[in-house]
Design a protein around this ligand. Structure first.
Ligand code: MLT
Length: 366
């Protein structure tokens, strides 16, 4: 009766396990799960209040939302893309409650097969593919000798914080097209890109034929608690109608209140949400500077710093118990993370400055 693949999962999800350990200590700065700390912009909260009060009036009450999202939401997403220089059509936008769940639902619309996952990898990709019963192969660069059904790409990457260049993405797109694979592109951290690296796979020629893009308001607009995201499924990839049909039986959509808040965040409050993103970018810069001389990636174009430091659990406990910093052991993202820890910058400025002092001391003494 039970999907036996469940037994293949680790006993606990990485961030639940690490969160529990961090909680058991006092006065620790939590730099583990990438959860935002800044409050939502006032205008976004007002939009939510207005939407809620509409639900109290007979004339403006709404029940089930359209499965793929309200037109006003899709229009806001389309304009957000346009601002970034990429044109998409409203019919290609599908509201979701976030990437983790939408990606795993999407896997169930495709037949079982082989998935290429980055190494190291965000654990939700691994576990969703295990549950689906897919074969998994990890990649470190394009595996030209392999062929798969799905390729998951995250850029800027979680956990390494690395943003792929246009040329790199073009090579992936060409490879996907040549092998008939579908790219699952996770763009959760696109708003953090400041270097000119692509913010959407659809900036790459040919990507509309072989990719779907998963997006989230969680990090872009501080919606980890509100819940709202969207998936872009271009007409050319051949899955747009299928996904639309699947959505109608697999989801009742995203709440009116969340979509009104998201609409406001992407339009009227755009400058406010970008100010919050820039605040986290500055935190990353502060902590990254404190790690000068260390072997690390990320910290620019991303809220994550991927620090090479030795056995990841040993260093995790050292940082936790001596320096009062709660990071994420790299091994939780797979074998290639064995000698790393991931540090995120979603904390307050005060905590980022304190963490930077701790990291400096850690580098000197450990
Ligand atoms: C992370 O820390 O990797 C993410 O915030 C976790 C998540 O989005 O589930």
């Amino acid at each position: 009766m039970i999907n036996t693949n469940i037994s293949e999962l680790k006993e606990q999800y990485l961030f639940s396990e690490i969160g529990r350990i961090i909680k058991s200590r006092n006065d620790v700065i939590n730099l583990s799960i990438g959860d935002v700390s800044l409050p939502l912009p006032k205008a976004v909260v007002e939009a939510g209040k207005r939407a809620a009060s509409e639900l109290s009036e007979k004339a403006t009450f709404r029940g089930y939302p359209p499965e793929s999202g309200y037109d006003f939401f899709k229009d806001a997403v389309k304009k957000y893309y346009s601002k970034k220089g990429t044109e998409i059509d409203e019919s290609e936008i599908f509201a979701s409650d976030g990437i983790k769940s939408d990606m795993s639902v999407f896997l169930n619309v495709l037949s079982r097969g082989k998935t290429l996952l980055p190494s190291p990898s965000y654990p939700a990709y691994v576990e969703a593919n295990i549950l689906r019963g897919n074969e998994i192969e990890f990649y470190d660069g394009i595996p030209y000798k392999s062929k798969a059904d799905i390729i998951v790409i995250c850029s800027p990457d979680n956990p390494t914080g690395r943003a792929m260049s246009r040329d790199e993405l073009k090579e992936w797109v060409d490879y996907a097209k040549a092998t008939g694979a579908l790219i699952f592109y996770d763009a959760a951290y696109e708003a953090f890109v400041k270097s000119g690296a692509p913010r959407s796979i659809f900036e790459i020629e040919g990507a509309r034929e072989c990719a779907v893009e998963f997006c989230s308001m969680s990090k872009t607009a501080g919606f980890t608690g509100v819940r709202c995201g969207y998936t872009v499924v271009p007409k050319e990839c051949g899955l747009n109608k299928i996904w639309s049909r699947a959505k109608s039986c697999l989801s009742n959509g995203v709440s009116y209140i969340s979509q009104r808040m998201a609409q406001c965040a992407l339009t009227y409050a755009y400058d406010d949400i970008m100010a919050n993103v820039n605040y986290y970018v500055e935190n990353a810069r502060i902590m990254s500077n404190a790690l000068k001389g260390a072997q690390k990636v990320g910290g620019t174009d991303s809220p994550y710093i991927w620090l090479k430091c030795g056995d990841s659990y040993a260093e995790f406990y050292k940082l936790l118990d001596i320096y009062k910093l709660g990071v994420t052991p790299g091994i939780g993202f797979g074998e290639r993370g064995r000698e790393y820890v991931r540090i995120n910058s979603f904390c307050s400025r005060e905590d980022a400055l304190r963490a930077a002092e701790g990291l400096k001391r850690y580098l000197i003494f450990d």
